[in-house]
Design a protein around this ligand. Structure first.
Ligand SMILES: [Zn+2]
Length: 299
């Protein structure tokens, strides 16, 4: 047996991308409504891509599909339940307190009806992991701010809500750090930026594409969640094109993400680095931001 066999990719690149939701859990949040965190496996990489779902009735097809031999307890433990868990609950597919019940076809697939599902336009953000911006308080980019704002907008979006005051929306969280080049290479790119390169030049100097991100994983996850009509929170026209997959998935609206610092003097990120980062997005990557970028330049 080949000793390196487990280092090889699970599948060939040419196979169609498939995603499977392996677990879902309710997360009470410090700032807004409960969210449902979905963890995905796929046949392309071994990364744990995520979907942060606002709304109890947005349901993963692969998570909820009945599996041979599983118990109701198995289903509750992996998060394939309707309504809300409570101590002593024994049935995953029915929540008597809330009067909700799921139905399944002979093949085990979730039956989609108006009680368990919605087909409305859904606010969506496709977000790529950014350790520095989300966790290390970086003012080199606006990823952390965009992530927070997406969550706040979804928490407020109450239209058509069926369960207790929650908003509706999906943040797909893709593990492609540094526009796909990884954290180590991103740190090198930061040093090149401090030496005078812009974000595109720095990636090219390191022999990486200007933007190596791939949003097909995001599209597959949205389709697994049954999202058909997307209101996409983005300034990036490439993302709109990559998400679009008619007739199954359609971007019906682009919701712009205007940096907070442009509209609020006391809020958002004020740094020369983030101004340069945004300027490069507009001038070199075709992002759809309209405010002149010479404002708020700090020495
Ligand atoms: Zn970032």
């Amino acid at each position: 047996m080949d000793p390196n066999s487990d280092l090889k990719p699970m599948t060939m690149e040419s196979e169609p991308l498939t995603v499977t939701c392996v677990a879902r859990a309710r997360i009470p949040t410090t700032t807004g409504p409960d969210i449902f965190l979905h963890l995905y496996a796929n046949n392309r990489d071994s990364k744990e891509h995520l979907a942060i779902v606002f709304g109890e009735n947005i349901r993963s097809r692969t998570l909820f599909r009945r599996r041979p031999g599983e118990t109701q307890q198995d289903r509750m433990v992996r998060g394939a339940y309707v309504g809300k868990l409570f101590p002593g609950r024994t049935v995953a597919d029915r929540d008597e307190h809330l009067g909700l019940e799921l139905q399944f076809g002979d093949d085990g697939d979730l039956v989609v009806d108006e009680h368990t599902w919605h087909d409305q336009k859904t606010l969506v953000r496709i977000h790529s992991e950014c350790y520095t911006g989300e966790t290390a308080w970086s003012a080199r980019c606006d990823c952390g701010e965009q992530f927070d704002r997406a969550g706040k907008l979804m928490a407020m979006d109450r239209e058509g809500d069926i369960i207790g005051g929650q908003g509706r929306g999906v943040i797909v969280y893709l593990r492609q750090e540094g526009r796909g080049i990884g954290l180590g290479e991103k740190l090198k790119a930061y040093n090149l930026q401090d030496l005078g390169a812009d974000t595109v030049q720095a990636n090219l100097l390191l022999k990486h594409p200007a933007d190596g991100r791939d949003f097909s994983m995001g599209r597959a996850i949205l389709m697994d969640l049954g999202i058909e009509q997307v209101r996409l929170l983005t300034n990036n026209p490439d993302k709109i094109e990559q998400i679009e997959d008619p007739p199954y998935l359609h971007c019906v609206e682009r919701v712009p993400m205007v940096p907070l610092s442009w509209t609020h003097d006391e809020e958002g990120i004020h740094s020369s680095e983030v101004e340069g980062y945004l300027r490069t997005k507009v001038e070199r990557m075709g992002h759809l931001l309209q405010k002149p970028l010479q404002l708020h330049v700090h020495d």
